[in-house]
Design a protein around this ligand. Structure first.
Ligand code: ADP
Ligand code: ADP
Length: 233
């Protein structure tokens, strides 16, 4: 589903190329919840942002559904962004738009949905994330957990096959974290979405991930099932 083949990423800083991800090869299977853990600066965000081309690889190849995305142009990139939804630590909602308009936004950008389709899809998503009564509120009127539910609904709007989560529960209290994780697990199970999840919280990994990669200093240093990586004697 997502294949990294000798993918390398460096950032240009002051005219120098600083490596953030050393040559990495790995496969994330369709339908799994794949965790990425590691210290700050290990390269987790870089690895995940390569999957929807928020960052372009400096070398190597990335395939999504067997297709090499590495040299995608603008049109293909738009299609990729519909296939790969993303949620963020600080939610990244538009503060001047209502909950419903935030969720509708990617569908309007995509340009190929009718107004009726958007209206019914937004209602369906509001129900799925448990915010049926909050359609007309603004983000500032919501709790952190509610904001992340809006972020999840927005990410699902164009029916992606993959959901990327960058520290999606790090700004939430433990109880809210549990309920957002349960929502993500339900989405994985009921819709069959592949979920790639960055976290620094071990409890998150234990609760929802099938497999996990441990990153350190720009390399994947361990990868396997959660029990193999964390629970061996
Ligand atoms: P993590 O998500 O594990 O904290 P990142 O992928 O954000 O790690 O960062 C990996 C390395 O790349 C760090 O050294 C970071 O400072 C550097 N880095 C990340 N983004 C940029 C950028 N846009 N420009 C320059 N350096 C960056
Ligand atoms: P159905 O075959 O009835 O669409 P699914 O199990 O595929 O059943 O989907 C259940 C619900 O979730 C449907 O309302 C569908 O519109 C929605 N759905 C399906 N796939 C996705 C997706 N990738 N992202 C968000 N919602 C989806």
């Amino acid at each position: 589903m997502i294949e990294f083949d000798q993918v390398q990423k460096s950032y240009q800083v002051g005219g120098r190329a600083i490596p953030a991800l050393h040559a990495t090869s790995m496969t994330i299977q369709a339908g799994e919840v794949f965790g990425i853990v590691g210290h700050s600066g290990a390269g987790k965000s870089t690895l995940v942002r390569l999957i929807n081309l928020l960052e372009r690889p400096s070398d190597g190849r990335i395939r999504v559904d067997g297709e090499n995305i590495t040299d995608y142009g603008a049109d293909e990139l738009r299609a990729l962004r519909r296939k790969v939804g993303m949620i963020f630590q600080h939610f990244n909602l538009l503060s001047s738009k209502t909950v419903a308009d935030n969720i509708a936004f990617p569908m309007k950008l995509a340009g190929n949905y009718s107004r009726a389709e958007i209206t019914s899809r937004v209602a369906e998503l509001l129900a799925r994330v448990g915010l049926g009564d909050h359609a007309d509120k603004y983000p500032s009127q919501l709790s952190g957990g509610q904001k992340q539910r809006v972020g999840i609904a927005r990410a699902l709007a164009c029916r992606p096959a993959i959901l990327l989560c960058d520290e999606a529960t790090s700004a939430l209290d433990p109880q809210t974290t549990q309920s957002v994780l349960k929502l993500l697990a339900d989405i994985n199970r009921e819709l069959g979405l592949t979920i790639v999840l960055i976290t620094h919280e071990m409890d998150v990994v234990r609760r929802v991930c099938d497999r996990v990669a441990v990153m350190d200093a720009g390399r994947v240093v361990e990868m396997g099932s959660v029990s193999d990586v964390f629970l061996h004697p």
